[in-house]
Design a binder for this molecule. Structure first.
Ligand code: SF4
Length: 252
């Protein structure tokens, strides 16, 4: 239903949806795809049919499963948490019905004690739902998009247009130069290299440039990791220190 997370910028993950499809190059080594294959093999009903083997590795089948049962989980957590919404899918995947997205939003509205972190590679759909007032901005719901290279930097524009929300961009896995980008209107940036057996390299210069842009545009900067095959060894220091900034003064 939910799990304590090892992801540095969150406390727990909450997964009302399982299964996804590749959206862009940043998805190629999707951790959720590998994990879903494992959970499916272990017999977890929620992941049934979501992955298949292809060319020696597991890939998404395109099936998206909704887990109504997990919807109420955050309501039962009394202690305030930072909650990463749908680490095993994308809430704004085209196959997630609008009514289900609204159900997720209703739960988040009922839980002001938590901070929810909603991260999508489909910010155009998210922005459309905000524009048509199907979903609204809440102080405890942070909305974000992933940008792995300059090729998909346009995703940020969809985010900036959503008013009254805490907006963040995850530059992870950073697999290409971002180039010039305007981050005004963005509150928080996460930067990190890819990890795992097929990790693609991250150039230090790309990180430095993003750091400068965040300072210029007044964006809280969180440096997650250098990544690589051994991410623990590579560490998460930049300029001889760690950067663990958040968009609000959270008690973390
Ligand atoms: S959008 Fe997220 S969950 Fe879906 S394939 Fe890409 S990285 Fe994986």
């Amino acid at each position: 239903m939910a799990g304590t997370s090892e992801i540095e910028w969150t406390d727990v993950t909450w997964n009302p949806v399982a299964g996804c499809t590749i959206a862009s190059a940043g998805c190629s080594n999707c951790y959720a795809m590998r994990m879903a294959a494992r959970l499916q093999a272990m017999g977890h009903v929620k992941y049934r049919g979501t992955t298949r083997k292809s060319g020696g590795r597991y890939v998404w089948t395109g099936r998206v499963n909704l887990d109504e049962f997990s919807l109420s989980a955050p309501l039962e957590w009394r202690k305030p948490k930072r909650i990463f919404v749908n680490s095993m899918s994308d809430l704004f995947h085209p196959d997630v019905p609008e009514a289900f997205i609204r159900s997720v939003w209703e739960v988040m509205e009922k839980c002001p004690q938590h901070h929810f972190q909603v991260l999508t590679k489909r910010p155009d759909r998210m922005a459309g739902l905000f524009a048509s007032k199907k979903i609204s901005a809440f102080a405890n719901v942070w909305i974000g998009t992933s940008v792995e290279s300059g090729e998909v930097a346009d995703r940020v524009k969809h985010l900036v247009g959503i008013e009254n929300a805490t907006r963040f961009v995850s530059f992870e896995p950073l697999i290409g130069r971002i180039g010039e980008i305007d981050l005004r209107g963005i509150h928080w940036a996460i930067v990190g290299g890819e990890s795992g057996p097929r990790a693609r390299p991250m150039d230090e210069e790309w990180v430095e440039r993003l750091y400068e842009i965040c300072r210029r545009d007044d964006v809280a900067f969180f440096f997650k990791q250098w990544g690589g095959r051994n991410k623990k060894a590579a560490g998460r220091e930049l300029h001889g220190r760690t950067y663990d900034e958040y968009p609000l003064d959270l008690d973390v």
